[in-house]
Write a protein that binds this ligand. Sequence first.
Ligand code: ADP
Ligand code: TRP
Length: 325
Amino acid sequence: MAERPLRILSGIQPTGSPHLGNYFGMMKPAIELQEKGEAFYFIADFHALTSIQDRTLLRENSKRMALDFLACGLDPEKAVFFRQSDVPEVTELAWILSTLAPLGLLERCHSYKDKVAKGMTPNTGLFTYPLLMAADILIYDSHVVPVGKDQKQHVEVTRDLAQRFNRIFGESLVIPEPLIREDTAVVPGLDGQKMSKSYDNTIMLFESPAQQRKKVMRIVTDSTPVEGAKDPDKCNVFALYKLFAEPVEIEELAARYRAGGMGYGEAKKLLNEKLQRYFEPMRARREELAANPKQIEDILEEGGRRARLIARRTLDRVRSQIGLA
Ligand code: ADP
Ligand code: TRP
């Protein structure tokens, strides 16, 4: 295959407001990568249908996620930014992939099992979710997929399906690599579990500074008294602080933990200051963007047109390989 620029692709479901886990696990790495090749980022609204059956909510969530992603620094001059549903070709490719996917491949997916365990209705779409995700990735001939650790298995399913396809029908699909940053693979929530909207343990990027502060103060810590020496590597406050601070500052705080004499309240205060300063410019940009919703709609429509051209080409290639007209 001819050399072509690195193609980077990722998506996020519009199922709520983004939190620190989404930001450090997926959005920030994606934004940094937009400088490194041809980036394609989308709002996974087809996927969100597996859990949202309310048109107003779906529409509002999609708009807000687009606004938030742009506010965080996604640059539509550098990345193609679009709505998944503006490229209906992916559903056709998902169907084709489903005919290559043994049931067991999907049955093994943790994400499905976790969602059902948390009480989500297991509709067929929830079960076949990884097939649509595989189609999202393969239809753009993507090389790398920046995601948090919980999505790694889905990228592995995608690789497996692409390899099967290539074996049966001839080399055609690009085998993608997940890109998971070790330092932010799993951002902890207020309670120390993985931060996730389904655990009600999140700090959202754009909730009010007062709410964020209140949440920081609620972060669970152990009961070591103020005087006692503390282990920074076992502390949720420290784990979050590391996301925002410079290496020297991290070292300084770690030393204060180990020395004793500093309470967790003090560490929380430092974390809150960092967090507020970090998101301040994004809040400002968000306000500017929010004043012009038409501009966001235009960005998504233009992105959808560009994405769709590529998707159409891949799908035509695949159709001809498998014997469809
Ligand atoms: P949630 O668990 O809140 O429902 P999603 O499943 O919608 O989040 O995740 C969207 C993206 O954010 C995915 O790429 C996922 O891997 C990443 N992500 C979510 N939570 C975290 C976390 N706590 N740490 C790192 N990445 C995360
Ligand atoms: N499943 C991803 C999530 O829940 C969203 C997603 C859909 C995605 N299609 C994708 C991510 C393709 C990366 C590539 O976060």
